[in-house]
Design a protein around this ligand. Structure first.
Ligand code: 13P
Length: 265
């Protein structure tokens, strides 16, 4: 089963600043065993992990050794190609580590590091130029929600990033209401669907219907194995970006198997 438009669901784990490289190996090993045990079909539901930079090489090596169809993501990237940018990591370095997706515009970068749309758009462009897929994170704060409603800020953020991304570039959108992140208070599936539907309509206006049809839009914010199926049942939600619950291999594996929750199997 794939979503409308033939979109294959994607379950992504954003580890944030958790787990050193040894702990990362432990988690991926457990996840690998768990998904092998249930004969998970990675073609039917794609799975990605976004470890800290220092873990990427270890996770890449393990994934290759285990022939695991786990996709690798990075949490951030420099907008610049190379040179005197102390502390930054270039997109080309990530590509060499077989990273496929890179988060841009996560609320913890927007709010904790003052990243604005210009910088986020440059980062998305750098990811695309290095032949990877930007995962563009958007979402409203609790204040935005009461002042402007749920969709207005996410739509504006998406529009600003897409303005700079070349036509035809592949990207993923992650709708993460800031008030739902790490709060244990997820949006309702209907609330999330309403915003994700509007985001898809905006992609259609800006890039055409074919791009809107193929682009995956994920929901993130307090996703667990208990609520994931409700989100994935929605027409415009094609996956989940999971924070805290992705740090527990058993729980993340249950989230990946959301289809079993739908059928009750
Ligand atoms: P939580 O799942 O911990 O709420 O985090 C969501 C998130 O920010 C993923 O990027």
């Amino acid at each position: 089963m794939s979503q409308a438009g033939g979109r294959v669901p994607l379950i992504a784990g954003n580890w944030k600043m958790n787990l050193d490289h040894l702990q990362a190996i432990g988690l991926v090993q457990k996840l690998s065993w768990s998904l092998k045990d249930v004969k998970h079909d990675f073609g039917a539901v794609e799975v990605a992990v976004f470890p800290p930079f220092t873990d990427l090489r270890s996770v890449q090596t393990l994934v290759a050794a285990d022939k695991l169809a786990l996709r690798l993501g990075a949490q951030d990237v420099s907008p610049n190609q190379t040179g005197a940018f102390t502390g930054d990591v270039a997109a080309s370095f990530l590509k060499k580590l077989e990273v496929e997706h890179v988060l841009v515009g996560h609320s913890e970068r927007r709010h904790g590091h003052g990243e604005g749309s210009d910088l986020i758009a440059r980062k998305a462009r750098a990811v695309h130029a290095a032949d990877m897929i930007p995962m563009i994170c958007v979402g409203e704060t609790a204040d935005d929600l009461s002042e402007h409603g749920a969709a207005s800020v996410p739509l504006q953020q998406l529009t600003e990033v897409l303005a700079d991304l070349p036509a035809g570039a592949e990207f993923v959108v992650a709708y993460e209401p800031v008030w739902a992140i790490g709060s244990g208070e997820a949006a309702s599936p209907e609330q999330a669907e309403d915003v994700c539907g509007k985001l898809r309509a905006r992609i259609s206006e800006l890039r055409g219907e074919a791009d809107a049809d193929r682009t995956r839009i994920l929901y993130g914010g307090s996703v667990t194995s208990l609520n994931v199926a409700g989100f994935l049942r929605q027409a415009n939600i094609d996956g989940a970006l999971v924070g805290g619950a992705s740090l527990d291999a058993t729980e993340f594996s249950r989230i990946v198997q959301f289809k079993k929750h739908v059928t009750g199997a």
